[in-house]
Design a protein around this ligand. Structure first.
Ligand SMILES: *Cc1c(COP(=O)(O)O)cnc(C)c1O
Length: 415
């Protein structure tokens, strides 16, 4: 790859942005659709200033909490949602859903290949203290086809009577594969429901929310799970996760979160739910900005000669952009440039480290207002060939564009 001068980088960015114009217009349409749904739900729930009052103790009748859950359920197209600051992360939300829905003797089937890395220990890897395996829950997975699509014949063959939950990860996570489309998720749901009526389809919706006009629930998903410091928190939610879906199933998960017999009726929050509401209000726009940033990143790096996934003009079902940098030096330079272009901790220099829950060393650039929030611009990468950077988030397109330029310059400066 040639050494690029500053003006060349700027010209490349300008051209990439022009190429992206029709793509940006599609994202704006999706934003409008999702925004209308968010606004309508807030209005129908009659959200008012009283919902921003904190609560303490058990939190019985916390209207801020209950109303936020009603709004979320409506926005996500579900009967019920559990939306809690006490759910500490996306992994925790997934873990709660799995333990809530599965019982000893049941089998969990992953229909979209290996799930997100942090689920290894939950399912029952070597270090899975308290894992599903320890509780007598079986596990099988069906690999995706070589082009990253669900293998419907293999899923059909794997659906035996002991399968109680079918896990579908919508986003690519740390994998060089396409996001599952809503249509593909719908086809998996139809197959599971026809062949295994007792099984629930659980969609790991992390990074997927609001990237498309509809959510997986509209295509038959029984339960969806996500993190509030990703898409639906809009950059303002300070922590939390959600589990949304059919009421009876969400109730089982609520009983796992707190206690059987208590479920979702308790849980106080001494801070205010205001940033959760405001974040949800902003989320359709923030996700749209992040999508524009991802498309620009894709176009710019592909013009500079790198393989990217997805291509800038491909449909997107998550906010992740993978850029294949081929060498560890470039990968580190990319992540360090994103960090240096951050509003927070721009002076910190990220290095690869052994992160809990991940099998490889990971380098993470995250100069964020909310610690670790990946709806804010961030870049992560496991340190393994072919040295793929995963770019995600961005609260504003201007920030994304700036950081794409910095990352381009940095990567072009090393072998
Ligand atoms: C981020 C993510 C998770 C895990 O969420 P954490 O909040 O990092 O624990 C799970 N699945 C997918 C697809 C994700 O993107």
């Amino acid at each position: 790859m040639p050494d690029m001068k500053a003006f060349e980088t700027e010209a490349l960015l300008e051209r990439a942005q022009q190429d992206c114009a029709p793509v940006f217009a599609r994202f704006a349409q999706t934003e409008q659709t999702v925004f209308a749904r968010v606004l309508l739900q807030m209005q129908q729930a009659q959200v008012g200033a009283r919902h921003f009052a904190p609560s303490t103790g058990y939190g019985y009748d916390d209207v801020g909490r209950d109303t936020l859950e009603r709004v979320y359920a409506g926005v996500l197209g579900c009967e019920r949602a559990l939306v809690r600051p006490q759910i500490v992360s996306g992994t925790h939300a997934l873990c709660l859903a799995l333990f809530g829905l599965l019982r000893p003797g049941d089998t969990l089937l992953s229909a979209a290949g290996k799930p997100y890395d942090t689920l290894d220990s939950v399912i029952g890897g070597a270090s899975g203290e308290g894992s599903l395996a320890e509780w007598g829950v079986g596990y099988r997975q069906v690999e995706l086809t070589s082009d990253g699509a669900p293998d419907f014949a293999a899923i059909r063959a794997a659906l035996s009577g002991d399968v109680r939950v079918v896990l579908v990860q919508r986003s690519r996570g740390y994998a060089w594969r396409p996001t599952l489309t809503l249509e593909q998720i719908g086809d998996i749901c139809a197959l599971v429901h026809a062949q295994c009526p007792g099984a629930a389809v659980l969609v790991d919706n992390c990074y997927g929310e609001f990237t498309q006009p509809q959510e997986p629930s509209a295509y038959g998903a029984d339960v969806m799970v996500g993190s509030l410091i990703k898409n639906p928190g809009g950059g303002l939610a300070p922590t939390g996760g959600y589990v949304a879906g059919r009421a009876a199933l969400v109730e089982r998960v609520a009983c796992r979160l707190t206690s059987p017999g208590i479920g979702g009726e308790v849980g106080s929050y001494a801070a205010s739910y205001r940033p959760f509401y405001q974040g949800l209000f902003l989320a359709p726009h923030v996700v749209s900005q992040a999508l524009c940033g991802a498309a620009l990143c894709a176009r710019a790096f592909s013009l500079a000669g790198f393989a990217v996934h997805p291509a800038y003009d491909m449909p997107r079902g998550d906010i992740i952009q993978a850029v294949r940098l081929e060498t560890p030096q470039r990968l580190i330079a990319f992540c360090q440039a994103v960090q240096a272009a951050s509003p927070i901790d721009s002076f910190a220099l990220p290095e690869p480290w052994d992160m809990p829950g991940y099998a490889h060393q990971v380098i993470m650039a995250a100069g964020t207002f909310v610690s670790g929030a990946s709806i804010e611009l961030s870049a992560d990468a496991p340190m393994r060939p072919p040295y793929i950077a995963y770019w995600q988030g961005g609260l504003t397109y201007a920030h994304c564009r700036h950081a794409v330029g910095e990352a381009l310059r940095a990567v072009c400066g090393v072998k």
